[in-house]
Design a protein around this ligand. Structure first.
Ligand SMILES: *[C@@H]1O[C@H](CO)[C@@H](O)[C@H](O)[C@H]1NC(C)=O
Ligand SMILES: *[C@@H]1O[C@H](CO)[C@@H](O)[C@H](O)[C@H]1NC(C)=O
Ligand SMILES: *[C@@H]1O[C@H](CO)[C@@H](O)[C@H](O)[C@H]1NC(C)=O
Ligand SMILES: *[C@@H]1O[C@H](CO)[C@@H](O)[C@H](O)[C@H]1NC(C)=O
Ligand SMILES: *[C@@H]1O[C@H](CO)[C@@H](O)[C@H](O)[C@H]1NC(C)=O
Ligand SMILES: *[C@@H]1O[C@H](CO)[C@@H](O)[C@H](O)[C@H]1NC(C)=O
Length: 398
């Protein structure tokens, strides 16, 4: 996220605040609902037609919440309601404290295979308000750096190098060129490298057709696994939901609908809750295509369409960041990558163990589930239930 205008020094300190459990759950429910709203908006966008979708809702909502810290008036109102925060129940301070708790919780449960955080790069000549910097540091654990954005190449290199280190090289060219008018970059990232709890046997991997649509088949590399897994058949949405645990507290949910738009238009946090509750362990024989995705979105249009318009233009009010006039968000860019492979590993980055598996002793005939047509994926962590990644694979070979 890039703020443009003219014009650094900043002081940080840390204080620990305790927030009520109630606002934490209000914020995390709002974040979950925001995930699916953002998904639908992205999916409906002309640029997304015929493309896979993959993004990190957790990282986008953290970035927008940081921005709302410094927003006021209508700009703040739009960000707040766009994120789904009810201003008669939550203040910005409640939201900040809830993020602090949620980010700490995520940090406490994540192993070394996950990395998530935020950073801000502030121009040497720009003087943000100390309160703003303090809130970002204290509640969003933002790393802070001073850079000279007039030196466009060096400052872009500094940001890209930071992201590369934090995401094991998975996100490298976040910033292509810096506008000399940039005063601040806010960055929120998530990187996840998972190992499947039960690895796919590379020997069973074979080439097979993937049905992109009724008339289009593409040759995909299909991985195969036979195991006791949790799954659910949603009769209302005509969708098979399968939970594939990583060897940690993270898991992937794969949703295979009869008709993609039926699922896409309806999916909401209540469905996920229902599926997880209703899932039961059985023997399954699963075919999943090997795929990797790297997406990059400029979210200005999508967020504007969701009502967050003012921040991108001359109506923006960011007087909580600085008294400086004319501050606005010039670019809101989001990148995410995911690799799914047979050899026991999955890697996902954006700028994600499972609920326990009950092993049955008897081995009934496994139920086949073939992900050989478009499906949706969610990567989440079982303690926080935070949606780290959300996406749709319509073609595994693009
Ligand atoms: C916000 O919360 C209030 C009080 O619970 C409720 O009356 C109102 O309908 C809520 N607004 C929205 C938009 O959900
Ligand atoms: C996360 O944990 C690491 C190591 O335990 C610690 O250094 C870091 O400050 C923590 N970050 C947050 C956001 O709590
Ligand atoms: C995270 O862990 C630390 C130390 O183990 C503990 O003090 C803190 O309360 C935990 N935070 C949350 C949100 O679970
Ligand atoms: C950088 O640009 C700002 C505004 O464009 C200007 O005020 C400042 O003097 C420039 N700094 C250098 C070192 O050129
Ligand atoms: C689900 O499938 C059944 C049987 O094919 C069909 O009657 C029903 O309309 C479908 N439901 C939806 C929501 O598409
Ligand atoms: C899963 O993790 C445990 C302990 O962290 C390790 O001993 C085991 O080898 C891992 N299994 C796989 C399949 O990586």
């Amino acid at each position: 996220m890039m703020m443009r205008a003219a014009v650094g020094l900043w002081v940080l300190s840390a204080v620990t605040c305790v927030s009520s459990a109630n606002s934490v759950s209000l914020v995390s429910e709002a974040n979950e609902a925001f995930s699916f709203r953002l998904y639908r908006q992205l999916a409906a966008h002309a640029d997304s037609q015929g493309k896979n979708i993959f993004f990190s809702p957790a990282s986008v909502s953290a970035a927008l919440a940081m921005l709302s810290v410094g927003a006021q008036g209508e700009t703040h109102h739009q960000l707040f309601s766009g994120l789904g925060f009810n201003s008669s129940l939550l203040t910005q301070t409640d939201v900040d404290q809830a993020f602090q708790t949620l980010l700490q919780r995520a940090n406490n449960t994540s192993q070394e295979d996950a990395s998530e955080g935020t950073a801000m790069f502030v121009d040497d000549y720009f003087k943000p308000k100390p309160e703003f910097l303090q809130t970002l540091k204290q509640s969003y654990f933002a790393d802070g750096f001073n850079v000279d954005f007039n030196k466009t190449t060096e400052s872009a290199d500094a940001i890209n190098k930071y992201m590369e280190e934090k995401t094991n090289g998975k996100i490298d060219k976040l910033v292509e060129d810096v506008d000399a008018n940039t005063v601040m970059y806010l960055i929120s990232y998530v990187y996840y490298k998972g190992k499947w709890a039960t690895p796919f046997d590379p020997e069973l991997t074979k080439e097979d057709d993937f049905n992109v649509d009724e008339n289009t088949k593409v040759p995909a590399v299909m991985m195969n696994l036979e195991d006791t897994l949790h799954a659910y058949q949603d009769q209302e949405l005509n969708t098979t939901v399968l939970q594939l645990p990583f060897n940690s507290s993270y898991y992937m949910l794969l949703m295979l609908p009869d008709i993609m738009v039926t699922l896409e238009n309806a999916i909401c946090p209540n469905h996920v809750t229902k599926w997880l509750k209703a899932m039961s362990p059985r023997r399954y024989n699963v075919d999943i295509p090997k795929f990797s995705i790297k997406t990059s979105y400029k979210l200005n249009d999508v967020l504007s369409e969701m009502g967050m318009t003012d921040m991108f233009g001359d109506r923006a009010i960011f007087t909580g960041i600085s008294e400086e006039e004319g501050l606005f968000v010039s670019d809101l860019v989001h990148q995410a990558t995911l690799d799914v492979e047979a050899e026991a590993e999955a890697e996902a980055a954006a700028s994600t163990r499972s609920s326990s598996i009950e092993l049955t002793t008897a081995l009934p005939a496994p139920i086949p589930v073939k992900f050989n047509r478009p499906f949706m994926v969610i990567i989440t962590e079982s303690n926080t239930e935070k949606i780290l990644f959300l996406g749709k694979i319509i073609n595994p070979i693009i």
